[in-house]
Ligand binder design. Structure first.
Ligand code: HEM
Length: 457
């Protein structure tokens, strides 16, 4: 008779930084979150365990563990986490924060707005908006006035989201939206890292600033919705899809609060991240003359001086790799969290139900076993054979599994077209004395808005 299979080995208990009584690792995270994440992964391996305030948390950095959490056992890892309660206070209920049936219904509704055919229509809008910024960069080059590259990228990507997804011109509102979002982003991170989780309802200046910023964003969204209501024909864009959809069972349209949440989610998730990625691409190109030269050679041979179109995107191979490599070194969403529903085993380690589970593209995308010489900027890490040789979750700036970013193809196409349009003519050069360092707010922006002189190629 066959002997019975051996009992499964008992899961191991993950180790981790000890932290302090009551606050756990909070103080170290507040001091230097990126350094803390890198040190924790280096010292404790694929799964680390620690206390974040009073709660138990894990940091999973191994690609197999990420596949388990984000894909294979995704139902066990939910967004019932305080980071999403905070996000909900900023964007309301939308695709990013919802779960279960509500999320699935909305995701199916929104998906067609990001299909390939729609994206090529949007390419034209993207290039037109970028060409306008190119004119401003031309003036700056002639007059010698510096530009703030982060500000320019934010304004451009916000305008593109407005036109491409909502058929509206938000140029007049760019400053107000950016200022409001900066307040909310800084406060959200500060509140999160000090575990101040109460809603911002007090009559203090701090809470009032939060409420005011939130109100500004809602006013902009209300204006976009009201404008479309006046002419409720189907324009084939995302806003039409949201506004015209009816519930299959009840026949009801989406209520106003929900509609506002969806629009605000897309507006914020769809511009800040791409602008951050592009800002890093500009700094990395300046710091790496070899890749910058390769980029210029590709632009000369594919475009030869003309503006790009959707048809050029598949041929702008190196341009896209520049963007992918920038997203590796500086993933805009550098850390994400989930709540663990039930006890589980991840990479052979015990993970207890009720805990938090953190994942960091910033850390995994620097693991030397998948990324030799990880700090080096090398777009050729993204040739098809090198991509195929790495595990899927060694690289996940857009996440993966069912909650993968809905805008990933939009963002990669947009980033490629923006880089191609501007880099054909200009090279931004950081002003003397400025050194870009990553500022870990809601996204990982370069500090100080990247002041640069615009030089001609
Ligand atoms: C380089 C640019 C971008 C990066 C790095 C990025 C990254 C991400 C990540 C990591 C998530 C998962 C968040 C989570 O589960 O908590 C996400 C989700 C999402 N992103 Fe993006 N994103 C980018 C661009 C965009 C764009 C252009 C749009 C819209 C036009 C967009 C809309 C969304 C939405 C709606 C979600 C929630 C999707 C869902 O849960 O079903 N993103 N993004």
């Amino acid at each position: 008779m066959d002997s019975p299979p051996p009992p499964p080995a008992a899961p191991r208990i993950a180790t981790g930084p000890r932290g302090l009584p009551i606050i756990g690792v909070l103080r170290d995270v507040r001091k230097d979150v990126l350094g803390w994440l890198l040190r924790t992964a280096a010292a404790h391996g694929p799964v680390a365990q620690y206390r974040f305030g009073p709660g138990r948390a894990y940091l999973v950095t191994h690609p197999e563990g990420l596949k388990h959490v984000l894909q294979d056992h995704v139902k066990n890892y939910t967004k019932d986490h305080f980071s999403y309660s905070m996000a909900r206070r900023i964007v309301g209920d939308g695709l990013l924060t919802s779960q279960g049936e509500t999320w699935l219904k909305q995701r199916r509704l929104a998906q067609p707005a990001f299909h390939r055919a729609r994206l090529s229509v949007m390419a034209e809008q993207m290039v037109r908006a970028t060409a306008e910024l190119s004119e401003h960069w031309g003036e700056a080059q002639r007059s010698g006035a510096p530009r703030h590259v982060v500000r320019d990228m934010m304004a451009l990507t916000l305008r593109i989201v407005g036109e491409a997804l909502f058929g509206t011109d938000v140029r007049a509102e760019v400053q107000a939206v950016s200022a409001a979002f900066n307040v909310l982003s800084e406060q959200a991170v500060e509140r999160f890292r000090s575990l101040r989780l109460l809603p911002p309802v007090l009559p203090t200046a701090y809470d009032r600033a939060f409420r005011r910023a939130s109100h500004t964003l809602r006013e902009v969204v209300a204006r976009i919705i009201a404008e479309r209501r006046k002419r409720l024909e189907d324009q084939g864009d995302l806003l039409s899809m949201f506004m015209l959809a009816r519930d299959e069972e009840t026949g009801a349209r989406m209520d106003d609060a929900h509609l506002q949440g969806e629009v605000l989610t897309m507006m914020l998730a769809g511009h800040e991240t791409t602008a951050t990625a592009l800002s890093w691409a500009w700094t990395l190109l300046e710091q790496n003359p070899g890749p910058e030269r390769m980029l210029h050679e590709e632009l000369a041979s594919v475009l030869g001086g003309r503006l790009p179109t959707a048809d050029d995107v598949p041929r702008l191979v190196y341009t896209r790799r520049v963007l992918e490599e920038s997203l590796r070194l500086y993933p805009p969403i550098y850390v994400l969290s989930r709540k663990v529903l039930e006890d589980d085993t991840v990479c052979g380690y015990q993970v207890l139900g009720g805990s938090s589970l953190d994942m960091s593209p910033y850390v995994t995308q620097r693991l030397p076993e998948y990324w030799p010489d990880p700090e080096r900027f090398d777009p050729d890490r993204f040739t098809p054979d090198k991509v195929a040789a790495r595990p899927r979750y060694a690289y996940f700036p857009f996440l993966g599994g069912p909650r993968q970013c809905i805008g990933n193809n939009f963002a990669l196409m947009e980033g490629t077209l923006i880089l191609a349009t501007l880099a054909q003519r200009y090279r931004p050069r950081m002003v003397a004395g400025y050194t870009p360092t990553p500022e870990p707010l809601l996204t990982l922006r370069p500090t100080g808005e990247l002041p640069a002189m615009i030089t001609a190629r």
